[in-house]
Design a protein. Structure first.
Length: 319
């Protein structure tokens, strides 16, 4: 029996092969392939991170600089965006320590916050709020236009097409699509996540508590949809009916970046007690945004994350 098993394994194709310098993904018996993450990040990694021209320079000054820097950000936000790059310009901060009693907010597309020196331009976030030092965040005004029931019995990992039942004619142009895989009791049990251990009955993944969702760009041909990036988990009807939400998101921003500076949480309470969490939690918070980036930024003294990319953000590069 062991000899037969070895023969069968030897005959099975490798999940990945390389031919003439190109990677080929070989599907299993159900059509699933190894995940391909080459489309992650800014513009799906099809373009290098841009260098925005400086639109305004903020010199160093003592005291609270929150309002002063925010005025510079708001000024650049009012400029006309380049029709090709989508950039408005960069706010360039001088070398020095900039004290912030309030967080900075980038809420328009095409705005970049840049320091003159990665180690020499420092944002000291003060105060006991548990927020972020910098927010890159558009408006949370996503509008659902239609609910599409996915009719395929099985959509394997790596596939970009599937069929839907639509209540109205789908548009010819590309549109936003949120694919939802329900977190049913049966599926959660099948992957062993009903209980997380510790002999605590409440500590586990509850049905409907967190559905798996993918934010994609889709095109339609009849009732067949093609998405720009494959799904990372198979859709299997035996574990519940998956569906897709066609949407528009007018307030989502893009082409924004934070670069070449240092962010430090700086409060007397934290200096006195390094275990306290009553101070700045996150360095940079990104949500309701796409095609954005954080590069050459150092972080110190935060209670939470250096960069937190929320569910409303996608195609974000952090390097």
């Amino acid at each position: 029996m062991a000899f037969v098993a070895v023969i069968a394994m030897a005959q099975a194709p490798a999940p990945i092969t390389v031919k003439k310098g190109q990677i080929e993904y070989n599907a299993d018996s159900r059509g699933n392939t190894v995940l391909d993450f080459s489309q992650c990040g800014y513009r799906q990694s099809d373009a290098a991170l841009p260098d925005a021209d400086v639109a305004v320079f903020v010199s160093h000054a003592p005291g609270d600089q929150s309002a002063r820097i925010q005025r510079a950000i708001d000024y650049v936000s009012s400029l006309k965006a380049d029709p090709v790059t989508g950039l408005r310009g960069a706010v360039l901060l001088d070398k020095g320590a900039f004290m912030l009693s309030e967080p900075l907010r980038i809420s328009a597309s095409g705005v970049v916050l840049r320091g003159a020196s990665k180690s020499g331009t420092v944002l000291f976030k003060q105060g006991v709020d548990r927020g972020a030092a910098v927010y890159v965040e558009g408006k949370h005004d996503r509008q659902i236009l239609d609910t599409l029931r996915i009719t395929d019995a099985y959509v394997p990992v790596g596939k970009k097409t599937f069929s839907v039942s639509a209540s109205q004619t789908l548009p010819a142009e590309a549109f936003g699509l949120l694919v939802v895989r329900p977190s049913t009791k049966e599926w959660i049990a099948s992957i062993g996540c009903s209980q997380f251990g510790g002999n605590l009955g409440y500590w586990g993944w509850k049905p409907g508590e967190m559905d798996v969702q993918w934010d994609r760009c889709a095109t339609a041909k009849g009732n067949t949809l093609t998405i720009d990036v494959p799904l990372t988990v198979a859709l299997d009807k035996q574990w519940g009916d998956a569906y897709a939400l066609r949407y528009v998101w007018p307030g989502r921003i893009s082409n924004c970046g934070v670069e070449n500076l240092t962010i430090i949480s700086d409060t007397p309470e934290w200096k006195a007690n390094k275990q306290t969490e009553d101070h700045c939690w996150d360095g940079i918070h990104i949500d309701a945004a796409q095609d954005c980036w954080v590069r050459m930024v150092d972080f110190r003294g935060l209670a939470g994350s250096a960069v937190i990319v929320q569910s409303g953000a996608q195609q974000v590069t952090v390097e």
